[in-house]
Design a protein around this ligand. Structure first.
Ligand code: ZN
Length: 595
């Protein structure tokens, strides 16, 4: 549209300028006497009878009008959102006013009457436009003359399309730095690079550990795993989803065209101080293609002490006592339930300075960098057990054995013997659903039951609960019978909290019933409602009752019953404190307890 208007202006401008030269308006007053020398009546004489000063009077107004008309046209379009001024009324006003003035100039035989009409007609609409427009706009953008430098048209810093939006730093995958650089350049050519950046930022902002993208014929289903829980995110349309995946694959040094074969690659993204590694796996499946991004924040994780993980001081003292005397301690959690953290936390609480620690672990075991503990490795995949290496180390008469996996009955029995004869200490770990189950699973290694029952000091078990986001959690009044059921003494202040619930759509209207935008997502948790996790521990002390059950009736039910009679508190019971403290929600408690 602006183009056609400009053409119209130019046409009017050229026609009027030519007419200006060709008519009598600015010609000299009257035609000079002239007779053709050869008597030809059509001989018009030498021509060019122009009054230069009249022409000079008209030209500045003409150029002013050309510039002003062009500017008004552009200005209305630029500020249309704010000023609501109509292009269709102002453009004709500017053009036809000038035309009218010009016709007056042509038709009125007296220059000093025609000329002022022409002059006013060429500049008046512009100033009328300014009068209407300036009050509607911020002071900085107010104008008087179109020849002023337009503040909005100042030469802007050159911003490439890919540099717009979020500021993210990329390190693309590649065999060498040139390849990595080429991959990044290729990805930045993507017309959807803005969306690529936004998608990666969203993943980092919401602290997703894994992202799953399912490409089907119609759409892309998106899921984030945040704090161990899979959350459905809004799906993407295929076009954007495809373009984003294309760039992901370029960044990860993969073939973006291949949507069938299994591919694996990685790239890094930094946003401010946060730097994350994205490991991408893609493969064709029956319904289309599945892509999984594993996200790891690249920062040195300082090992948290076990109290920071969520252990209360009383239990800590109890655990420490068990860690610093002869006997065996088992550390346990659900698979992928943060066993590594509580394992390192427990070892941290043990006295490794005055005692001599030795360790035997599988060669693939991850957590073998522990201060004051040197590990010897064995190969479990090749059918080896820690026994041979443990016997070797026993020659040095160590105070404590760190055996992450005991593997077989012989190792269990040997360690129990060392505990009994040498007053040694041993610590091990096992995946289970509760501390009682950890005992049963250890018994299932088929070592000597009475030896193990005698050696075992305690089992530490924990489960992870998502913490409610403090910025957006909402208080709810718990029903009295629920409090009673949970064994909570109700007070007027007793409140539970729940994760942020967005307002229902029917309430998202203004006073006139028009729909309004929903509130923006929480800046802390990105709208997930939870931020981070807390461990709730249970510590099963092996007392005589439990010992008896371990030897005589080594079942989940009987050992559990023996523990309960003697005052053992489970994770479930301990977690109720988190509800009252507003750390987590009832729904989260139920979710974790049912795991
Ligand atoms: Zn929040």
């Amino acid at each position: 549209m602006p183009k056609t208007r400009l053409q119209l202006f130019s046409l009017v401008a050229i026609v009027s300028f030519v007419s200006l030269l060709d008519t009598g308006v600015v010609s000299a007053q009257g035609w000079p006497e002239y007779t053709s020398p050869d008597g030809n009546p059509f001989d018009r004489g030498p021509g060019f009878y122009i009054s230069w000063w009249k022409l000079l009077c008209c030209i500045p107004f003409f150029f002013f009008w050309v510039k002003a008309a062009d500017w008004v046209n552009a200005d209305i379009q630029r500020n249309r959102e704010t000023t609501k001024m109509e292009l269709d009324s102002w453009n004709p006003a500017v053009v036809f006013s000038f035309l009218g003035g010009f016709i007056a100039l042509l038709c009125l035989p007296i220059f000093w009457i025609g000329f002022p009409i022409y002059a006013i007609a060429s500049i008046l609409p512009y100033f009328l436009y300014l009068r209407a427009r300036n009050p509607l706009l911020p002071k900085a953008t107010r104008m008087i003359f179109p020849i002023h430098p337009d503040p909005l048209k100042q030469p802007a810093k050159v911003v490439l399309k890919q540099d717009e939006g979020l500021q993210l730093e990329f390190k693309a995958g590649g065999e060498n730095s040139q390849r990595s650089q080429a991959n990044l350049i290729a990805a930045r050519q993507n017309p959807f690079f803005l969306q690529v950046k936004e998608s990666l930022y969203d993943i980092m902002f919401k602290r997703a550990e894994r992202v799953q993208l399912d490409y089907t014929q119609q759409a892309v289903a998106v899921r984030y795993e945040v704090d161990g829980v899979w959350i459905n995110m809004p799906p993407r349309d295929r076009q954007t989803g495809d373009a984003i995946l294309y760039a992901y694959k370029q960044l990860a040094n993969l073939n973006p065209m291949d949507r069938q074969n299994r591919q694996e690659g990685s790239f890094e993204v930094a946003s401010g101080k946060t730097k994350s590694k994205f490991e991408l796996t893609s493969a064709g499946i029956q319904t289309g293609e599945r892509v999984v991004l594993k996200v790891t924040e690249l920062k040195k994780k300082s090992a948290m002490n076990i109290m920071q993980l969520g252990m209360l001081p009383d239990m800590y003292a109890q655990l420490q006592a068990n860690l610093n005397r002869s006997g065996m301690v088992i550390i346990s959690s659900l698979p992928s339930g943060g066993l590594s953290s509580s394992w390192l936390g427990a070892l941290d609480a043990a006295d490794r300075v005055t005692r001599d620690f030795v360790g035997v672990c599988d060669k693939d075991f991850q957590d073998k960098v522990i201060e004051n503990v040197s590990f010897v490795e064995f190969d479990k995949a090749a059918g080896q057990t820690p026994l041979a290496e443990t016997k070797n180390l026993a020659l040095k008469l160590p105070d404590a054995y760190v055996i992450p996996e005991m593997v077989d009955a012989d190792t269990v029995n040997y360690l129990c013997d060392q505990i009994e004869k040498e007053k040694a200490f041993a610590i091990t770990q096992i995946h289970a659903k509760s501390s009682v189950e950890a005992v049963v699973r250890t018994l299932m290694l088929n070592g000597d039951r009475s030896k193990l029952a005698k050696s075992l000091n305690c089992v530490l078990f924990h489960k992870l609960f998502r913490r409610l986001c403090d910025q957006c959690k909402q208080a709810v009044q718990p029903p009295p019978q629920l409090l009673q059921q949970l064994g909570i003494e109700p007070t007027p202040q007793t409140m539970f909290y729940q994760q942020y619930q967005p307002p229902p759509p029917e309430t998202l209207v203004d006073e006139k019933g028009r729909p309004i935008a929903p509130p923006p997502p929480c800046r802390t948790c990105g709208g997930i409602g939870f931020y981070g996790r807390i461990a709730v521990f249970e510590l099963l002390e092996i007392n005589d009752k439990v010992r008896q059950a371990m030897v005589n009736t080594p079942t989940l039910k009987d050992i559990g019953a023996a523990a309960q009679i003697t005052g053992h508190k489970t994770v479930q019971q301990n977690a109720i404190n988190l509800l009252v403290a507003g750390v987590t929600s009832l729904q989260e408690l139920q979710r974790v307890v049912n795991q």
